[in-house]
Structure formats: structure tokens, C-alpha cells
Design a binder for this molecule. Structure first.
Ligand code: CA
Length: 231
């Protein structure tokens, strides 16, 4: 886990860095808001601990800039004791949590860990393999960023295959999981449904080489391509 700490007070920075390191985090520190924003914008941190009053660029402006650019890295703000307005503004700008100074580093670490657990719980609702992305909550599927308009059945089928990329599923397995009851094994509903999905994906015209995320395995069934490895 990699933490970015943007804090200009050396004493606070020192004990926060020491505390995180002790808990096995990798921590990078910078004391200036402009540099802090540049580093935070790389998107290479799991969490950002952000002071509000900073030289260069203040914490709220950094937060605003990150969210505006689509950077969703979790942010915990460090606020002065009575800066209620800052906290309210920070949360409305997309901060995930805040901690008022003075604080114990143990509390900051506990907050960071809670935040990371929350975020990873949310992330499990998103399945992403290569350029195919599926949201289990909104039931939206995108391919190279374009929405694929799927029926409920098609969605369930692609989700089932996508949970185990590279694994081959037989038509019978797919029938049982997606249709949920026994079909005549000679039925071709699986093939028909997969053809429809592939057509919908192909009709978006976003993959120049005509690549499809679902692959037929002759005589066996279908699998979701391990797109990241294939490309
Ligand atoms: Ca400060």
C-alpha cells in the first residue's frame, strides 16, 4: 500500500511517515502543494493524506483539481481543529474522510485502513478484464469505454464467463448458471445468446482488429479471453 502525504509541518510529517512505515506502508512525503498536486496526479498511490494549509497550492484546491481530472484516489484531509467550513467543503469536493489536528497517528492509520477496506469492497462490484468493464450494481457493461446494451440474460452470461477469465465453460455449465434450470442438452440458446453479445460488441466498431472478448473453444464451449495477456 502506497501513501502520499502532503504536509508542510515537519514534525507532523515525521511522525506520520514513521507511523505508516511501522505498519508496513510505503509512504512518500512532500511539503509543498504544487509538488503534491503533481505527484498525486500520477495516480500511483492507494491513498492521499492531504493537509489543507500548504505553501504553493492549498489542500482543497489540490483535491478539487484531482477530482476534476477524474482522479478517484481516496483522500483524507488533515484539518485544523475548528475549520468546520473546510471539512464541509472538503467532503463536498470529494474527500473521503478528514481528521482534525492534533491527532494520534494510530487513529490516522486506522482511518486509512478503514477507507482502503471500503474502497476495495466497492471495487469488487466492478469486474474489468482488458477493455471490458462490468459494473455489478448498475449492470452496465462497457467495451473500450463504449456502453454495450445487453439484456439481463446476456449480462448474466458475460458476468459468469468474466469471473474466471481464460477458463473454458461448457454449454451445460453456462445453461445451469445463466438459465438456471435443465434444458434439453441439444438446445442452442447458449450459442445464440453468445452470438448476440458478440455482435453487439462488434457493432461498436471500437476494436480495430475485430477482437472479441468471448472466444469459442471448438467442441467444448466458451471462455472469456484473458485480454490483458493476449494484447
Ligand atoms: Ca499546514
Amino acid at each position: 500500500m502506497k501513501v502520499l502525504l502532503v504536509e508542510d509541518e515537519k514534525k507532523i510529517a515525521d511522525f506520520v511517515c514513521a507511523g505508516f512505515k511501522e505498519q508496513g506502508f510505503v509512504v512518500e512525503h512532500c511539503a509543498d502543494g504544487t509538488e503534491g498536486f503533481a505527484r498525486a496526479s500520477t495516480g500511483s498511490y492507494d491513498v492521499i493524506v492531504l493537509d489543507i494549509m500548504l505553501p504553493g497550492r492549498d489542500g482543497l484546491s489540490i483535491l478539487k483539481g484531482l477530482r476534476k481530472a477524474g482522479n478517484a484516489t481516496p483522500v483524507i484531509l488533515l484539518t485544523a481543529r475548528n475549520e468546520l467550513d473546510d471539512r464541509v467543503e472538503g467532503l463536498s469536493l470529494g474527500a473521503d474522510d478528514y481528521l482534525a489536528k492534533p491527532f494520534f497517528v494510530e487513529e490516522l492509520i486506522a482511518r486509512v485502513q478503514a477507507l482502503l477496506r471500503r474502497v476495495s469492497g466497492e471495487r469488487q462490484n466492478i469486474l474489468a478484464v482488458g477493455e471490458l468493464r462490468l459494473d455489478r450494481i448498475s449492470r452496465e457493461v462497457t467495451w473500450h469505454g463504449q456502453t454495450v446494451d445487453l439484456t439481463g440474460r446476456e449480462f448474466n452470461l458475460i458476468e459468469y464467463l468474466m469471473r474466471s477469465p481464460g477458463r473454458v465453460f461448457t454449454r451445460t455449465q453456462i445453461l445451469e448458471h445463466v438459465w438456471g434450470y435443465d434444458f434439453d442438452p441439444s438446445t442452442n440458446v447458449v450459442d445464440v445468446c453468445i452470438q448476440r453479445i458478440r455482435k453487439k460488441i462488434a457493432s461498436l466498431g471500437v476494436a480495430a482488429d475485430g477482437e472479441s472478448p468471448i472466444e469459442a473453444v471448438r467442441g467444448v464451449g466458451y471462455r472469456f479471453r484473458k485480454l490483458t495477456e493476449a494484447s
